[in-house]
Design a protein around this ligand. Structure first.
Ligand SMILES: Cc1cc2nc3c(=O)[nH]c(=O)nc-3n(C[C@H](O)[C@H](O)[C@H](O)COP(=O)(O)OP(=O)(O)OC[C@H]3O[C@@H](n4cnc5c(N)ncnc54)[C@H](O)[C@@H]3O)c2cc1C
Length: 602
């Protein structure tokens, strides 16, 4: 057992952290919304793809598509529950396993825009393959890229980039899923500090059966101020280390070819040189990895919406009922149109966020969470609607719809469930307004000495909650929409202040409130992404609105829809049925009986 937390030693100092955000120093767009601010300089102009990126992207997509045509059969992968070895080898030969790995370590060093666009293409072709690709690069070896020393990077990344070494990310355990800090997996340091002995079981590990390398999180015992504590720490563990074994293949609802298993560590001796970062940094490392990894799921979901709805449109054009193609019926046309508006918004949001990631030094954690939550729900909804459009055929395995419903469902669960991410957006967003109010509370107890704090609070308040913020860079054709969004940013800041005053610290337990604030903030972020995107599209068309009329329709439909949702959420902060909901839930939980007996049951 180590006596003290080891100091940050040079051997474990990371070299470069291109995607890391420092929330204390760097602004976040969504955190600004909670303060009633529209931080336009972060989101205008809409990011563009450089000519070099455009060229590489086109080449990568062409190569992938021509490979996919002959080698990727998502239906067969689903049926067989595995990828053929030749398919994986061919996929590796395309160089895609190193897309996100820096060039100096054998990868392609793609920007976030290119990486996530490719992620989307793979996801639309075969979601299970996107999970293989993402579990490897977005999370599996991402810790080495972000936190590894040069020696660690040299040792593992070139083989990860070629696909010789497939990576997996081991965080979840039987007793700790969302509450990852409650993990039991332990890493006991040897007395001479040269190695750790790892024990524990990780479950639901994507790529487990294909992997040669695991990023594992375990607790290291430490003594702090004479007290025994445990600190989550990250390690790289090689598959062939004695004591590493795999559980049986999980039989899943979807993404069946993605090999998911438990990974068991029994007295595995892990060299200290395999530790990522310092002892105690593991939880932060896990969060940083997941923060950037989530964007791939959003880009994949956005392209999934497009893909499955295109299948549904093709079906609806040829299927005739009542003497005409079912694509002519308005109830179905509405489904196409709403999915199109959502697809437009999801593409705008992930691309805007990728621009923030590429810019560096920005806190993008809430933006990637918002992208993952909303895009995953759009994709699941679109799959369900596409299945409905195909009627009975939608339910048949002869068509891709039922697989799409099964495959897209996981996106709402992994890399942070959508409930946990909503709580994250709300609680992180509430932090700064909460601190301001706390400072005000203290200052009011001693108004003479606290005068500075009071006046700075009032100035901040005057700026954010008393005056409505404005968009100044949205094209005038969208004045009405910009005004609607700005009005809700203002309403959000007022709602935040009201909620903090009413609940104080207890806001941590008030998830009805958190959910409403998070939903409002995420929709407002998506609306802003839409306004930024459409403005750049109008400008690219030299202001000719008729050239971008299709884009304008999608943008307007999305903003009006999201505006109505946001207004409803924020009004419900004060005017709601929460007490009744709580009473019903309490009854159901206590009795394990959902609802009052049906009239026929009495
Ligand atoms: C196919 C698949 C692949 C996966 N791949 C990986 C992987 O590669 N690596 C890895 O480490 N993990 C992986 N996971 C695990 C995944 O990340 C977890 O399943 C997820 O984090 C949820 O944890 P849990 O299943 O324990 O659910 P729980 O945490 O038990 O949650 C159950 C429900 O309770 C809700 N809930 C929990 N806490 C709260 C709260 N405080 N407030 C409100 N609601 C709450 C959740 O949202 C959820 O709806 C994978 C899972 C699956 C199914």
């Amino acid at each position: 057992m180590t006596d003290v937390m080891p100091p940050s030693d040079a051997a474990h100092a990371p070299d470069a952290r291109p995607h890391l955000a420092s929330p204390d120093e760097n602004p976040s767009f969504i955190k600004g919304l909670f303060l009633g601010e529209i931080r336009e300089s972060m989101v205008f102009p809409f990011p563009t793809i450089s000519p070099e990126d455009k060229e590489s992207l086109a080449a990568i997509l062409d190569a992938f598509r021509s490979f996919a045509k002959d080698n990727i059969d998502a239906g067969k992968h689903d049926h067989d529950g595995r990828f053929p070895d030749e398919m994986r080898e061919g996929f590796h030969a395309l160089g895609l396993m190193g897309l996100n790995i820096p060039e100096e370590y054998g990868g392609f060093g793609a920007s976030a825009k290119v990486f996530n666009r490719v992620f989307g293409e793979i996801g639309a072709t075969d979601p299970a393959l996107a999970v293989y690709f993402g579990a490897h690069q977005s999370i599996g070896c991402k810790g080495i890229v972000l936190f590894g020393t040069d020696e660690q990077k040299q040792r593992w990344l070139p083989r990860c980039a070629s696909g010789d070494l497939v990576a997996a990310f081991c965080l979840t355990e039987p007793g700790s899923g969302s509450d990852a800090q409650a993990m039991k997996c332990s890493a006991m340091p040897s007395t001479d500090g040269s190695e750790y002995v790892l024990n524990g079981t990780k479950i639901w590990i994507s790529n487990a059966g294909y992997a040669g390398l695991f990023t594992v999180f375990a607790k290291v015992p430490v003594t702090i101020d004479g007290q025994q504590k445990e600190r989550v720490t990250a390690f790289v563990v090689e598959r062939d280390s004695p004591g590493v074994s795999l559980g049986k293949l999980e039989q899943k609802m979807g993404i069946k070819a993605s090999d998911t298993r438990s990974v068991i560590f029994e007295n595995v001796r892990v060299p200290a040189a395999n530790r990522l970062g310092d002892v105690g940094q593991g939880f932060k490392i896990a969060l940083e990895i997941l923060n950037s990894g989530r964007l791939g799921l959003a880009a994949g979901s956005a392209r999934g919406v497009r893909q499955i709805m295109n299948e549904a449109i093709a079906f609806a054009k040829q299927r005739e009922q009542f003497g005409r193609p079912i694509a002519e019926f308005e109830m179905l046309r509405r489904k196409f149109a709403l999915a199109a508006a959502e697809c437009y918004a999801a593409d705008a949001a992930w691309m805007l966020t990728a621009g923030l990631v590429d810019r560096g030094g920005v806190d993008f954690s809430l933006e990637t969470a918002a992208c993952k939550v909303l895009a995953s729900e759009m994709a699941y909804r679109a799959s369900n609607e596409a299945l409905q459009i195909a009627g009975g055929m939608g339910y048949s395995k002869e068509f891709p719809f039922e697989q799409s419903v099964r495959d897209s469902r996981i996106m709402l669960i992994f890399e942070g469930t959508n409930e946990i991410l909503r709580a994250l957006v709300a609680l992180m967003g509430l932090q700064q307004p909460g601190e301001r109010l706390k400072a005000l509370g203290k200052a009011l107890q001693d108004p003479i000495n606290g005068f500075g704090a009071i006046s700075s609070y009032l100035k901040g308040r005057a700026k954010s909650t008393l005056n409505q913020p404005d968009f100044t860079q949205v094209h005038q054709a969208l004045d009405e929409e910009a005004q609607l969004v700005a009005s809700q940013v203002h309403a959000l800041a007022r709602g935040v202040e009201w909620a903090l005053r009413k609940h104080g610290k207890a806001i941590i337990e008030r998830q009805y409130v958190q959910e409403r604030l998070a939903n409002a903030a995420m929709d407002l972020f998506f609306c802003t992404a839409v306004l930024s995107r459409i403005t750049s599209e109008i400008e690219a068309a030299d202001g000719k609105l008729d050239v971008v009329s299709h884009e304008l329709d999608c943008a307007r439909v999305f903003v009006h829809m999201a505006y109505r949702r946001t207004r409803r959420s924020l009004r419900a902060l004060k005017n709601n049925q929460d007490e009744r909901l709580d009473a019903i839930a309490a009854h159901a939980v206590a009795m394990v009986d959902l609802a009052p007996a049906a009239p026929t049951d009495r």
